[in-house]
Design a protein around this ligand. Structure first.
Ligand SMILES: Cc1cc2nc3c(=O)[nH]c(=O)nc-3n(C[C@H](O)[C@H](O)[C@H](O)COP(=O)(O)OP(=O)(O)OC[C@H]3O[C@@H](n4cnc5c(N)ncnc54)[C@H](O)[C@@H]3O)c2cc1C
Length: 465
């Protein structure tokens, strides 16, 4: 099986029909494969999505491009809300918008996870080559025999079936990754963040209107913790409180609603009136965990490969986990098209993506500090204004790191490297400077012109037609 020819393979199996698994199924169906997808949960089109699991997500250019690759971006645009910047809510100041980019086209989109998943599942099934088996959990995988044990949650029956080649899109707690780790005797580096998250609801205001500006991602930075809010199409917002798990204040120390309410009222006073379901959310929504998973091998020969969170779970602070998982799908599809065997395709895929996944994992961790703390720092605000000014003056050569990650498809590792160079330039130019007008733009030009030009930005085609 190891060198199995791709051209002679009728069926590919995918474990997990979440965001990556369902998009991957569409890509493979378009290449002519029959695709069997096994999903532990019930069909989200019939069952209610579980509470407290990032109800909405920020979709950016990398994710959009992968949807574009299967002609789905226009469909997703119907329920995607553009966000043009961060609305920063200081404790004692009026909210202030920090634009993400230079123009109206440089926006990210708030998308409803369940709606997006539904759109992908519908599109996968409409290819007529994809069969999705819901409530089927992969329990064990034998990478020598190519057989997997599944549990049918409806009947409680356990059964075996052949699964090679297998794509593990079963998320951060991946059973496929566990089997791979055993088979290859590899160490998986899984680091849980010592902060958790709690989702809170801001229901629609009178007449179904949003209670805050819906064209922004709202942030309440508070140093060691923060709250954010993303808009939903029905006029509501989903807020997420990110806070330490232990210590004071922490999810541990806020162990009664009374304490929690006092903390929220003191730290987020301008949000309290709209958080009308606070008590219910506090009692009913789970505190989620977050972490980074790095894995030295993503595949075992041509038998199985990992994609999405199964290969590289990220903390959510750059809004890139799904975007990166979608980019994986497009890349794996390219590798399959360019390879004769599954082993070749999977190892090409790992080569193309692993360093990039490591880079975005680092940048996502760094962004937590930026969001919860730095956005209020005058030095940061000046550097941010200067990087936008430098981009205006030298659009081919100087692109802010945030824009490289969110609005471009520059490999993450290159964005990380160029981001470091940018920071050196910005620090040099702002040393002893308090206002943008006082920057030495002759020196700026000299420094920026030493940089290699970057690929131009793709036009924004997130329209409904
Ligand atoms: C609070 C939070 C906010 C986030 N915000 C953003 C954001 O703004 N933008 C962004 O790009 N990303 C964001 N992410 C990350 C994003 O949610 C993930 O990166 C994305 O869901 C990964 O997709 P996936 O398909 O790899 O995994 P998942 O979405 O986790 O899907 C895995 C699927 O596999 C199934 N499964 C698991 N085990 C088995 C098994 N043994 N057998 C069968 N099926 C199985 C699961 O039921 C699930 O359906 C956020 C994450 C969190 C926690």
């Amino acid at each position: 099986m190891q060198d199995q020819e791709i051209a002679a393979t009728p069926t590919v199996t995918i474990c997990g029909a979440g965001l990556a698994g369902s998009l991957m199924a569409i890509y493979l169906a378009r290449r002519g494969f029959q695709v069997e997808v096994f999903e532990r949960s019930g069909d989200p089109r019939k069952d209610q999505a579980p509470a407290g699991r990032s109800i909405n997500l920020a979709l950016a250019e990398r994710g959009i491009d992968a949807l574009r690759g299967v002609g789905l971006h226009h469909r997703v645009a119907r329920f995607a809300l553009p966000m043009r910047g961060r609305m920063v809510h200081g404790l004692d100041s009026e909210p202030l918008l920090q634009p993400y980019g230079q123009s109206d086209s440089e926006v990210i989109y708030s998308v409803h996870r369940a709606r997006l998943n539904t759109a992908l599942l519908d599109a996968a099934e409409s290819t007529r080559r994809v069969r999705i088996h819901f409530s089927q959990e992969l329990l064990e995988l034998n990478l020598v025999s190519g057989m997997a044990d599944f549990l049918d949650h409806a009947s409680g029956r356990r059964y075996q079936r052949p699964v090679q080649p297998l794509i593990g899109a079963d998320g951060a707690g991946s059973a496929v990754r566990e089997a791979l780790a055993r088979h290859l005797e590899m160490e998986v580096d899984a680091r849980l963040l010592d902060h958790g998250y709690l989702e809170l609801t801001v229901p629609p205001g009178p007449g179904g209107r949003h209670m805050m500006d819906p064209a922004a991602l709202h942030i309440w930075p508070r140093g060691n913790y923060m709250m954010i809010a993303l808009p939903n199409a029905d006029g509501s917002f989903t807020n997420t409180l990110f806070l330490a798990s232990t210590g004071d204040p922490s999810f541990n120390s806020l162990d009664s609603f009374d304490r929690f309410h006092r903390f929220m009222a003191a730290q987020f006073p301008d949000a309290m009136a709209s958080l009308s379901m606070l008590e219910q959310d506090y009692h009913e929504n789970p505190v989620g965990i977050m972490g980074t998973i790095r894995c030295p091998h993503w595949h075992a020969g041509g038998e199985a490969v990992l994609i999405g969170d199964a290969a590289h779970a990220l903390v959510p602070f750059h809004g890139q986990g799904m975007n990166c998982a979608f980019e994986d799908c497009a890349e794996l599809d390219r590798c399959v098209a360019e390879s004769a065997t599954w082993d070749q395709a999977f190892s090409r895929f790992q080569r193309a993506r692993r360093g990039n996944a490591d880079a975005i994992a680092d940048m996502a961790l760094e962004n937590y500090l930026e969001m919860r703390d730095a956005v209020l720092d005058p030095g940061y605000v000046l550097r941010r204004a200067l990087e936008q000014e430098l981009e205006r003056r030298h659009p081919d050569q100087f692109v802010p790191r945030y824009s490289m990650v969110m609005f471009r498809r520059i490999p993450y590792a290159l964005a990380q490297q160029r981001g470091r160079t940018n920071l050196e330039i910005l620090r040099k130019l702002t040393s002893g400077v308090e206002r943008l007008d006082d920057v030495d733009y002759v020196l700026a030009s000299r420094l920026v012109q030493q940089l290699e030009p970057l690929e131009p930005e793709a036009p924004n085609d997130m329209t409904t037609t």
